[in-house]
Design a protein around this ligand. Sequence first.
Ligand SMILES: [Zn+2]
Length: 60
Amino acid sequence: MTKLSDLGPPIEGRRHGGETSKEDDHFYACPACGQTVDKRDLRQVIWHERPGHKQLEMDA
Ligand SMILES: [Zn+2]
């Protein structure tokens, strides 16, 4: 299983349309693998855009 840390240091993303105060707004469930993705970390977002990916091991 690929570890989150294998993808390098965190790549911080910014929301379009300003910040949100709701923590839930930062997460979505990946439609391909079902894992919860933190949209603030573009490593995770990019990983879950890849066809045929597996779930990431969240070690970081
Ligand atoms: Zn996924």
